[in-house]
Write a protein that binds this ligand. Structure first.
Ligand code: ZN
Length: 468
């Protein structure tokens, strides 16, 4: 009996393994609905080089070949693209569900995050309306609105997504399908919701010792590829003190990344570089809240690996492209400290490395996921199309080979059958090819529900982009 029971357990294990393997193959291939195989040609910025007249062959959601002389098999659809193709941008600092709330201009700048979080205006404009939306069961609507907003901003991967709760472990199932949610469901390593090898921590100093030990052990053993922590968000001595406290927790170690670091000074950055700890820079939100941003000159001098990300739209940029514009403006007024290629890396390969996903996304090369964006050409070189983008620059965005959002005429070349939903962004009509990713719901009903609920709070729904 015992042997029979053991055999049954083994068979069950095998069945589970086969089932999981099947699911994994399905998820990791992420086939495009229109066409599983196609070739795009045009100006391609691969990450490491610029192909002025290149071709990229995409099959079952991955890049099969890319180069100046790619042989396209007979019968495969060829799509010549105007503009410039880049890897999809990787956002490693966001708080997605807050991005339904309109921009909040503080009455005055503050010294640290605790100051604005204790303002009555913060409660009235942001915290309370968000809690009311959750209480009304609008969590998935908020997440989907924010993911479309992130895609419009050029991000194919993002984080700070709707999470699970102990009572509702599947509450965030709706995150599957649009952008990659690096903290809860990326579709890169596992088919299982809420099992990503990445932790995103907004208040590391509030963790109990067990949670700290688990993060430390996870990073040491490699079971966690990445842990991203908010530290030193402010300009005063107390904010800098957080760095010492974080270090005392044993978290200043390889695989960890610090978000903000506004109060950090040269010796702190030197220590981060030695220990392999990265920095996420969010210049717009820092400027609006604290009147200045992290000391990027010192971080660069220390050779800290840096990424750029928007934080959230209530006090930051609406998306990655807008935040990159802010960073590029800062760069010009700071003696062009960062080169164009460094800025490109700060929204693609650097954040991908910090998030532990550089083996799958953020570069256009064979074997990688076909996550890419197409931008209208601007400026004197292909990379300037990224650094000088305007809200109407985004022509197309594809995740796992599947074009989700963009110009309707372009979407139709990948998926002639459609039909597409439409969004209005800064007076322009953009197509959305994502009916099933929205749970069969329509974009109009999602935004109408959110807008009606937020009007009751005296606000109204946030815009998808800033048109100025
Ligand atoms: Zn944040």
């Amino acid at each position: 009996m015992l042997q029979l029971a053991r055999l049954r357990v083994k068979l069950n294990d095998m069945r589970t393994a086969l089932f999981v393997a099947g699911l994994l193959a399905h998820v990791l291939s992420t086939p495009a609905r229109g066409q599983d195989t196609y070739a795009i040609s045009g100006t391609l910025v691969t990450g490491s080089e610029i192909l002025m007249s290149g071709t990229m062959l995409v099959r079952n959601g991955r890049i099969e070949a890319i180069g100046a002389k790619v042989k396209v098999p007979p019968g495969v659809t060829r799509i010549a693209l105007e503009g410039v193709v880049f890897p999809g941008l990787v956002d490693v600092h966001n708080h997605l569900t807050w991005n339904v709330l309109p921009h909040w201009s503080l009455p005055h700048i503050v010294k640290n995050r605790y100051e604005w979080q204790s303002m009555s205006e913060y409660a009235a404009r942001l915290e309370n309306p968000r809690n009311q939306l959750f209480a009304a069961g609008r969590g998935c609507d908020m997440q989907r609105f924010a993911e479309v907003k992130a895609l419009l901003g050029g991000a194919t991967s993002t984080l700070g997504s709707l999470g699970a709760t102990a009572v509702e472990p599947q509450r965030n199932k709706c995150v599957e399908g649009l952008a990659r949610n690096l903290d809860v469901f990326s579709g890169l390593y596992s088919e299982q919701l809420n099992s990503e090898p990445l932790r995103y921590v907004t208040a590391p100093l509030e963790l109990d010792w067990k949670e700290v030990a688990s993060l430390r052990d996870g990073l040491a053993s490699g079971s966690l590829r990445s842990a991203i922590f908010h530290v030193s968000e402010g300009v005063d001595a107390a904010s800098r003190r957080e760095f010492a406290m974080f270090k005392a927790q044993g978290l200043l170690r390889s695989g960890a990344t610090i978000v903000h670091g506004v109060a950090l000074q040269a010796p702190d950055f030197e220590e981060m570089a030695v220990r392999g700890v990265g920095l996420v820079w969010s210049p717009r939100s820092n400027r609006e809240l604290y009147g200045r941003t992290a000391d990027i000159r010192a971080a660069k001098a220390a050779n800290v690996q840096m990424a750029i990300a928007p934080d959230w739209s209530p006090t930051g940029s609406s998306g990655m492209l807008a935040e990159l514009r802010e960073a590029a403006r800062w760069n010009v007024s700071n003696g062009s400290l960062l080169s164009d290629t460094e800025l490109l890396a700060m929204v693609t390969s650097n954040p991908a490395r910090l998030a532990g996903v550089a083996d799958r996304v953020a570069a256009l090369k064979p074997g990688m996921m076909a996550d890419f964006i197409v931008l209208a050409a601007r400026g004197g070189s292909p990379i300037r199309a990224l650094l000088e983008s305007i809200p109407s620059s985004l022509r197309l965005i594809a995740v796992g080979g599947r074009p989700i959002l963009g110009d309707i005429s372009l979407l139709r070349r990948f998926d002639p059958a459609g039909p597409f939903q439409t969004l209005s962004v800064c007076g322009r009509t953009v197509g959305l090819d994502a009916k099933e990713q929205l749970g069969g719901d329509s974009w109009a009903s999602i935004t109408n529900r959110l807008d009606a609920a937020l009007r009751q709070a005296g606000l109204g729904l946030a815009t998808l982009d800033e048109c100025q």
